[in-house]
Design a binder for this molecule. Structure first.
Ligand code: GLP
Length: 244
């Protein structure tokens, strides 16, 4: 779906999330959200915060699982996704702290495998992801599933692509400060969500959006795997959709 502006698009996506939360609430059920970082979802989070403040939208029945975190990365670090999520969303809503799940950027290399399996297990125990929000990197990554990621991959440690590190460099005040690794939900984890919405704004996403939507399904562009998901929508602004 191509919108006139990313603001309009973000408001629509936030409305869909709010409706899902309310629907689940009315049935006394938890609502499990898969959440993304980056600039793309910021206005969706702003809108959810506004709905909490002005319309009384409650997040007490919401359980969240974030896609990824840099490795190594301390929670206290301003560049951490932990910090980003709290600043953009969690600090401003009534979500219960025990319902927030963000991959831990400080896990030791010996405990990585167990940690990743436990993250997957926690998602299953919560009932699976009802709604997965995604952005897309210029490499075609979702979460940090870089080119080469397998269709059946689960949560794991990954080496970041050079392009991804270049794109992250300004936030880290130089590429040398960008971590080389990350922990990310896998392609299979993302695919298991019952609903997926991928956001992309601006001209610099137009090329990868064309490849993702019109290109052949390939591990070289991991986001192409989403073509096979039965309930996935790409939400674009005019510039991101300009090469379709
Ligand atoms: C990072 C995140 C991705 C995100 C991507 C795009 O690499 N790990 O989840 O989709 O950035 O970021 P932006 O939305 O700022 O373009």
């Amino acid at each position: 779906v191509i919108f006139e502006s990313s603001d309009e698009a973000s408001a629509k996506v936030a409305e869909e999330i709010a409706e899902l939360i309310r629907k689940k609430q009315s049935k006394g059920k938890a609502c499990v959200l898969g959440l993304a970082t980056g600039s793309s979802p910021i206005r969706v989070y702003d809108e959810l915060v506004r709905m909490h403040r002005e319309e009384g939208l409650s997040f007490k029945n919401v359980i969240t699982f974030n896609l990824d975190e840099y490795l190594p990365m301390d929670k206290e670090n301003r560049q951490s996704y932990f910090h980003f999520m709290h600043e953009q969303l969690f600090d401003h809503i009534d979500i219960l702290p025990e319902n927030i799940n963000i991959p831990d950027g400080m896990i030791s290399s010996e405990s990585t495998k167990e940690y990743c399996l436990a993250y997957e297990q926690k998602i299953r125990e919560a009932g699976g992801i009802d709604f997965q929000l995604l952005g897309i990197g210029r490499t075609g990554h979702v979460g940090f599933n870089e080119p080469g990621s397998h269709y059946n991959s689960g949560t794991r440690v990954i080496t970041l692509d050079h392009i991804t590190r270049v794109d992250a460099a300004p936030a880290f005040l130089g590429i040398d400060n960008v971590p080389r690794k990350a922990i990310t939900m896998g392609i299979a984890t993302v695919r298991s969500a019952r609903r997926i919405v991928l956001l992309a704004w601006g001209q610099n996403k137009a090329g990868i959006i064309k490849k993702t939507i019109e290109g052949e399904i390939s591990p070289q562009v991991p986001a192409t795997y989403l073509q096979e998901h039965e309930n996935c929508t790409f939400v674009l602004d005019k510039a991101a959709g300009s090469e379709l």
